[in-house]
Ligand binder design. Structure first.
Ligand code: NOJ
Length: 746
């Protein structure tokens, strides 16, 4: 009898197993049905296992709290996802172990594919400077193609945190300070990563992070608290997240910070009320690395069990690396603190994504060594990377049209600690590969290749990035004296920005600005390339250098992209996605500020006004700023009407003419100001932009539209509404160079 019963049990289990592992293509069962049938077979421990994510066997991208026998736990179905398992072979091996578990549920492999995998693209902040959404989407597409071929299912990107604080090292990972631009970039990246949708072999699941307001860490100090009104949160910080959700982002990651005293990882308002209920998000939420357990340090949870409970109740489905879920959730359920149906809810969301990704049909479809090899050195990908890299460069200054270099230049001196740097070009959050020195095009190589043999190229390092030693200045000055023109490559090192890389001093590190002074004193024309992961402060250089290109970190093709711009094969078109301060004392400084009751009349006005007595209010370089080798004249905006009502369109015509001596691209930006609001409104807010390529002498008329919907904001009661009254609309090529017209909303 006993044997007979267990025989029936085994038969039933095999039947259900067959149901959920049935290929999706058979269309007999919906994914929901397959998820449900699997869920019915799972023990409570197995369910909790799905909510547990560990870092791989070698690499770690955060502090490992405690070792675990990961292989053993994999075999027991105690791990639902792993991050940092790199390459097709390793993901295959880990998947094989996971499939030894009772229910053979495949693992989901996550990885920080932030700006490329094998081919490294410009850092995200740099790409945002391109203002080119197509190029940004393509960059994410290539990253997904390469990473998915190496076994990755899920990228922890895009980072869509708005930030107004360049001290915060993670500004390099986002799209800068503006909610409108940030939202469009978020959508482009989600679309790029997710490609043709889950289930296609080269689509990665994307992850909107860090939900929410991580970029507003007090003092720009990473992981610090955030204290902000809900109006500010909604009007500025949440918009790119909402845009990512609307674009179908698969997952969201909680932020490390607390928001007004409640850690984001357990923040019901953010994770349940907004994300699930209002925004109708259907994916799952993963914590950040250890952020569940860190609620003990925050002083929000008494112990790990308390933290696990708060996070799950708050709306966090998967625990990355804190181990609080795996260690405590079962007891929390058995003791009645958490209902099993709540666990089911999270597990359902996680399993759903595994089904959608096709992992139950073929758990190995992504870890395919053959496909990985094909993507390994893809020339087309490098071309795409070079193209966006040159579009990301911002020309900040170009006295007497020193750039592009003229054909008659015979000797170029290349000076600075980053001229021959290799790995630095990739910036933070990038993979280093053993053959990097052969693959990354250094700035030296890029210029060398393009300059041709008839140009004599001299080199001196001059100094290190951060060291106080100036003994190399002499050699630098000597070679500068022999040259027609000097190109200096200076800046931060790549690991001075990124996670846990906040700086209180964002000047050029070490003695680099002194080196520029010494070289400048030779009287030779000096072009400065500034490599950095954030806006830096470099006033002396900005005042004196003859030309400045802000090159951020441009990735594998850095040298070629820089050479394209230096020699004029590409006319620079980048625009700053973040305001550059004059000094750290101005931070936060941003273009969409409120006017205050005492705005200064001008920069000299100190008569009881909102100003610094030792510094102008204006930044060093404004949001939206960037020069070209040609010049553009931009007409005043012409409006089709001066009054619109809801449902009507305001149409804004602007004519742009290329009045200079080179073909080039200009980015026309549209801003508006709501003159009187029930909540004070910004002096300007971006509401549109168009890029236009014009041959010299050519002109074009662009048409923008604004409707009542574009004028809405979250009011005192958090209603998203517009308010009738007077508005100004501005167009121009930088937030501080615009022409405006008045219109009314009735
Ligand atoms: C912590 C970072 O904040 C997050 O962005 C990243 O995805 C995880 N570590 C995993 O590396």
């Amino acid at each position: 009898m006993k044997n007979y019963n267990s025989g029936i049990a085994v038969f039933l289990m095999l039947l259900v197993l067959a149901l959920y592992t049935e290929p999706a293509s058979s269309q007999k069962l919906s994914i929901d049905q397959r998820v449900d049938s699997l869920l019915k077979l799972m023990t409570l421990e197995e369910k909790i296992g799905q909510m547990n994510q560990y870092s791989g066997f070698e690499e770690a991208t955060g502090p490992v709290t405690e070792e675990a026998d990961k292989l053993e736990q994999l075999r027991r179905g105690m791990i639902g996802s792993m991050l940092n398992v790199t390459g097709a072979t390793k993901t295959r091996q880990a998947q094989e172990v996971a499939l030894q578990s009772r229910l053979r549920i495949p693992l989901l492999f996550g990885q920080d594919i932030i700006h490329g995998y094998r081919t490294i693209f410009p850092i995200p902040l740099a790409e945002a400077a391109s203002w080119n959404l197509e190029a940004i989407e393509l960059s994410a597409r290539v990253a997904a193609t390469e990473a998915s071929a190496a076994g990755v299912h899920w990228t922890f990107a895009p980072m869509v945190d708005i930030s107004r604080d360049p001290r915060w090292g993670r500004v390099m990972e986002g799209a800068g300070e503006d909610p409108y631009l940030g939202s469009l970039v978020a959508v482009a990246r989600v679309n790029g990563f997710q490609g043709n949708g889950f289930g296609s072999p080269d689509a990665l699941m994307a992850c909107g992070k860090h939900f929410a307001a991580y970029g507003a860490a007090i003092g720009g100090r990473d992981y610090n608290s955030v204290d902000m009104s809900l109006q500010h949160l909604h009007n500025d910080y949440l918009k790119p997240f909402k845009a990512a959700v609307d674009a179908g982002v698969a997952t969201m990651m909680t932020a490390f910070n607390d928001i007004n005293g409640i850690p984001a990882t357990a923040n019901k308002y953010i994770l349940r009320h907004l994300l699930r209920d209002e925004w109708n998000f259907k994916g799952f939420v993963v914590s950040d690395w250890g952020s569940v357990g860190e609620m003990i340090n925050h002083g929000y949870s008494a112990d790990e069990a308390d933290a696990a409970k708060a996070a799950l109740l708050g709306g966090c489905d998967m625990d990355m690396e804190s181990r609080c879920y795996i260690k405590n959730m079962k007891n929390l359920v058995l003791s009645g603190h958490i209902s099993e149906s709540m666990i089911d809810e999270s597990v359902r969301l996680i399993l759903r994504k595994k089904f959608e990704m096709g992992l139950f049909d073929d758990p190995y479809r992504f870890c395919n060594e053959e496909r990985e090899k094909q993507q390994w050195d893809n020339k087309e990908h490098r071309e795409i990377a070079r193209n966006i890299a040159r579009k990301s460069i911002v020309l900040l200054k170009n006295d007497k049209s020193l750039l592009p270099l003229k054909e008659n230049v015979k000797t170029i001196a290349m000076i600075g600690p980053l001229v021959k740097a290799v790995g630095e070009n990739n910036g933070f959050w990038s993979y280093s590969w053993p053959d990097d020195s052969a693959r990354i095009v250094t700035q030296w190589q890029g210029i060398r290749n393009r300059a041709g043999e008839h140009v004599n190229l001299l080199y001196a390092k001059g100094c290190e990035i951060s060291e106080p030693d100036s003994s190399g200045f002499k050699e630098a000055v000597e070679i500068a004296m022999k040259a027609d023109v000097v190109i200096m490559s200076i800046g931060e090192s790549a690991n001075m920005s990124g996670e846990a890389k906040s700086r209180s001093n964002i000047q050029l590190p070490g003695v680099q600005e002194e080196l520029i002074k010494a070289v400048y004193a030779t009287g030779k024309p000096v072009i400065v390339l500034i490599n950095a992961g954030r806006p830096l402060v470099f006033n002396w250089t900005a005042d004196h250098a003859h030309a400045i290109l802000y090159t951020w970190w441009l990735g594998t093709e850095a040298g070629n992209a820089i050479a394209d711009v230096v020699f004029g094969d590409y006319n620079p078109s980048g625009k700053l996605p973040m305001t550059f301060p004059r000094s750290e004392g101005q931070i936060p400084v941003y273009y969409n500020y409120f006017n205050t009751g005492r705005p200064p009349k001008d920069e000299n006005d100190l008569n009881y006004v909102s100003a610094y007595i030792d510094l102008p209010n204006s930044p060093r370089f404004p949001f939206g700023y960037g020069l070209s080798y040609t010049s553009f004249s931009i007409s005043e905006p012409e409006l089709n009407t001066t009054t619109i009502t809801a449902g009507e369109e305001l149409s804004i015509r602007v004519t742009v003419a290329n009045t200079g001596n080179a073909d080039g691209t200009e980015t026309i930006q549209l801003y508006f100001r709501d003159k009187v609001g029930s909540l004070v409104r910004p002096v300007k807010q971006l509401a549109g932009f168009q890029q236009v390529f014009l041959k010299k002498g050519e002109s074009r008329t662009l048409i923008f539209t604004l409707t009542e919907k574009d004028l809405r904001f979250y009011n005192e009661n958090l209603e998203f509404k517009s308010e009738p009254g007077e508005f100004e609309v501005f167009t121009g090529n930088s937030s501080d160079n615009v022409k405006g017209k008045t219109f009314y909303l009735k």
